[in-house]
Design a protein around this ligand. Structure first.
Ligand SMILES: Cc1cc2nc3c(=O)[nH]c(=O)nc-3n(C[C@H](O)[C@H](O)[C@H](O)COP(=O)(O)OP(=O)(O)OC[C@H]3O[C@@H](n4cnc5c(N)ncnc54)[C@H](O)[C@@H]3O)c2cc1C
Ligand SMILES: *[C@@H]1O[C@H](CO)[C@@H](O)[C@H](O)[C@H]1NC(C)=O
Ligand SMILES: *[C@@H]1O[C@H](CO)[C@@H](O)[C@H](O)[C@H]1NC(C)=O
Length: 525
């Protein structure tokens, strides 16, 4: 009876980051104290690699290099810098009323899926508990600013409602389009995954050029999907996941928005994955340490080409991995490097987390009779605004379970700041307690494109977030970091994550061992 599961699952992404009422203890890393860095300039010093950023990308980059150290004793010291005082970057949690006894809420990235093999494997290897988000427990609706277009709760009756409204072929064609994308994506975990120093060539190899070069609406219309389905169902998914409508976002990221089947998160917070990556990497961690400059000297000993200047002083490096969106770092780099990185606008997303004693939103706000029940998961569509009507005030509004007796947590994503007055209107006067607001530069604006930032910025200098305008998720940052770590080790250490480099030409014709489906490149060799 879940034949049309995708149609339903499209509507079950981040929104359903429902959280169970328990949290598990997590370790507190002891970051190196705020002491100045003592530069080691002797030509015989162990070569060092600097990683800037301790989010998904930077911590996993340290982890991949750590694998090479663990596997065959690669001689390298790794330093990870972050200006924040915590590990995780855009993956971090807050607690209602700042009370750590209450269940945490994800303030940034909240879900990943089973096809995200690095994070899936990491939760298993690090003994972290995964929470599955059950999409059938909540009634979900799509709000267009004036009306609820469509409401369902995942049962068989909804399958009929979907068929009635959209027909059989639109959900089917959308599903098959997403499946094709996923199959190709999965090759990134296989032993013959491409390595890339150019995202455009990677896109071509994966067969994604037709996806990144047009919008999800253009792509699905060309596949024969109805525009109602695109602007109601698909757009609800692109808005909740990427804050962009179906006419703005490229079809690759649009398809990713709909590949939310089997969504999960880490109990206690996803940031624990990134703490564990670092913890197992053996890298030095410098938190609360902004990097201000990265410079090179041609005359330097080759193992000390790069100088990284931070609030703690400067240190010399053989390699540098930038794992943050370049323009947001405010790091000064040589002119020829800066010139290569195209400007990249990000979505300004307002996240509002709150606690309310109202078990569901106020029907009056939605133009319903007093006493009507408003669903706890409200996604949105801009279909009405396209016809000149009112646009929704928010991208998504979702209940995330009780925080204690008679009080619930709610997460709202919006383009504009959500005011206290608005909250009173939507939840009822005096019914909102704790409120936490955060404005993120959440993900790149993702219009169709064929050009991407460079992966390699200079000799020994690599850019993990070059991947974000292609796909921006926690998982894909760990894939990009694996590729970057591999390129850097190849270039500067005649090595790789899995061992000293063997000549590709000799190896390519040899029969490849066949691996079972649990084999994941980087974790396994
Ligand atoms: C609200 C929200 C919801 C999201 N939902 C999801 C989701 O459900 N699933 C998903 O997979 N993705 C989601 N994302 C996207 C996801 O968060 C990102 O794709 C991913 O976390 C990016 O990781 P990163 O390591 O590349 O960058 P970041 O996490 O941004 O890490 C970069 C780090 O670099 C540091 N830094 C920057 N400049 C400097 C400097 N000069 N010196 C030192 N340090 C510096 C920053 O402090 C930061 O910690 C969401 C994002 C947001 C904001
Ligand atoms: C990693 O975490 C364990 C506890 O989980 C701790 O004992 C160990 O010191 C940590 N290692 C590093 C390098 O931080
Ligand atoms: C990537 O390759 C394409 C063509 O193959 C080229 O036009 C483009 O400039 C390259 N991009 C970078 C960043 O090197």
């Amino acid at each position: 009876m879940r034949k049309f599961s995708l149609a339903l699952l499209c509507l079950a992404p981040t929104a359903l980051a429902f959280q169970l009422p328990f949290s598990i203890p997590f370790f507190n890393p002891k970051p190196t104290a705020q002491i100045p860095i003592v530069p080691d300039d002797s030509p015989t010093a162990t070569p060092r690699v600097a990683i800037i950023g301790a989010g998904a990308g930077g911590t996993s980059a340290a982890f991949w290099i750590g694998k090479a150290k663990e596997r065959f004793g690669l001689d390298v010291e790794v330093d990870v810098y972050d200006q924040n005082d915590y590990i995780g970057g855009r993956s971090t949690v807050v607690y209602p009323y700042n009370d750590k006894n209450l269940r945490e809420l994800e303030l940034g990235a909240s879900i990943f899926v089973e096809a995200n093999k690095n994070l899936w494997r990491a939760t298993d290897e690090f003994n972290l508990a995964r929470r599955d988000f059950n999409d059938e427990d909540y009634e979900t609706t799509i709000w267009d600013g004036e009306n609820f277009i469509f409401t369902f709760n995942g049962g068989w009756w909804d399958t009929l409602k979907i068929l009635w409204r959209y027909g059989l072929s639109s959900p089917r064609k959308t599903e098959s389009s997403v499946k094709d994308m996923l199959n190709s994506y999965l090759s990134l975990y296989s032993s013959d995954s491409p390595k890339w120093d150019n995202i455009s060539s990677l896109s071509t190899k994966l067969g994604f050029d037709h996806l990144v070069s047009r919008t999800i609406s253009e792509h699905l219309l060309a596949q024969g999907v109805s525009s109602n389905y695109i602007y109601e169902v698909v757009e609800a998914a692109t808005l909740v996941n990427y804050g962009q409508d179906a006419d703005s976002i490229h079809a690759l990221e649009g398809a990713c928005s709909m590949a939310a089947s089997g969504a999960a998160g880490v109990a206690g917070g996803n940031f624990q994955l990134f703490e564990q990556f670092l913890n197992r990497s053996g890298a030095n961690i410098y938190l609360s340490t902004p990097v201000v400059g990265i410079n090179s000297k041609a005359s330097a000993v080759p193992s000390q080409r790069w100088t990284v200047e931070s609030s703690r002083g400067s240190q010399k490096y053989k390699g540098v991995i930038l794992a943050a969106p370049f323009h947001q770092t405010k790091i000064s780099v040589p002119k020829h490097i800066e010139a290569q990185i195209p400007a990249q606008p990000y979505v300004n997303l307002h996240v509002t987390l709150l606690a309310t004693t109202s078990p569901s939103p106020n029907p009056a706000y939605f133009g319903l009779e007093p006493g009507s029940k408003v669903p706890q998961v409200i996604l949105t569509s801009r279909a009405n605004a396209r016809r000149g009507g009112k646009a929704p005030d928010f991208n998504s509004l979702t209940y995330h379970g009780p925080i204690r007796d008679g009080e619930w947590s709610v997460k709202i994503f919006s383009e504009e700041e959500i005011t206290d007055e608005w909250l009173s209107e939507v939840f009822g006067a005096g019914k909102v307690g704790w409120v936490h607001r955060k404005q993120w530069k959440a993900y790149p604006k993702l219009p169709p494109t064929t050009t991407f930032p460079p992966v390699k910025l200079d000799q020994g200098f690599y850019y993990v977030n070059s991947f974000e305008p292609f796909i921006s998720t926690m998982e894909t940052e760990t894939i990009s970091s694996r590729n970057v770590a591999e390129l850097l080790l190849n270039e500067e250490f005649k090595s790789g994550i899995c061992g000293p480099e063997t000549s590709q030409d000799d190896a390519s014709d040899a029969a490849k061992p066949s691996h079972d489906e649990n084999w994941v490149l980087g974790w396994d060799c």
